[in-house]
Write a protein of this length. Sequence first.
Length: 424
Amino acid sequence: MRAALAVGAAAVVLGCAAGLLALGPAAPVQGGRPLAVPGRADPLAAARAVVRDRPQDAAAWEQLGLADLDRARLTLDPAGLADAEQSFRRSLALKPEANHGALAGSGMLANARHEFAEARKLGEQAVAMAPERAAGFLVLADAAIQLGDYPAATAAAQRLLDLAPTVPGYTRAAYDLETHGRAEEAKIALQRALESATTPGDTAFCEHRLGDLAWEAGAVAEADEHYRRALAVAADDYYAQAGRARVAAATGHPEAALRGYRELVERLPLPQFLLELAELELAMHQEEAARRQLDTLAGEVGLLEAAGGPVDPSLALYQADHADPVVAVRLLRGEWERRRSVLVADALGWALHRAGQDAEAVGLLRQAAATGWHNALFAYHRGAVEAALGLPEAAADLREALALNPRFSPYHAPLAAGLLAGAG
């Protein structure tokens, strides 16, 4: 029981670290150059060695904090966040004034912990201190997109890219473009990021994000190739592993998909991976096997309710679809107060629908679509609620979901097709 609780607690915390991964590398940049030393096999070990040699050097501690933060991003190990905090605090203690690097690093740490309002404040302070340096704009871009301030996110991402056309800038630009429905331009930005990548972790990140874009567009073979390339340079890229399992399920290889997911959740029981596995098992009528994943997710919800903190949308979607949607609504209303991103708007809208509150749900789901993101799950959620309300837009939105990717989910795609048949 203690082991199960420890795993569940770690997964809840990991949801914070996972938020870093969608946007890109966390290492800031000075001018056009990455601050971290490129090409080093182990930047964290190198940074630790520098601190041992220069324990009174504020810049060395800042670099160690950045290395800790990036290690947490790559491994999804929450211990790295605590280490990063200690390093940034030590840097600020040694140099309390005009310490731009540690200030910006603290903003990145706040973003990693889903403390987005605090991150925005720190980013604004970093930009005011040194408007010609890129790191503050990286903090602002990440915070603004999570807070749902999309104009501010676009402006910060553009300024970041202007100051430092490197991997962090290109990946933020790609995410912003994707969110605004400009997937082809997002692909170009990610390809430029890939060309700029100097480490296996950055290369793998760019490849698996290109795979995600291809998946969203229904280009399943292209997605699989990008996931393969990611794993060729970083065998522990968890999102590429999940991507390959997703592709296997979509291409008629469910047993390979099950193996891939099960190996993954044994090592990293993130809500997203557990939910995808459970819904694949349910689609294959393996209810007893699915119950194991659903029970783990239920335990993670219990830990979240006991401890508080940020809500992983996948955890709330589990609650909405497979447990108690009223609980999902309660959790997501709290999250909506913290961040008004399209991801939270979609999840809350769906939870409201599952709780029988369709009139409120449809407004949130349309708000989730307002940026123009072409997302099959968003379109399915919106179409399903419109169908429940008897609205004429339902057929078009369900059709959009299935046109984007007819295999977007082994569990939900058949439901979308059934609703579409009924909607006419």
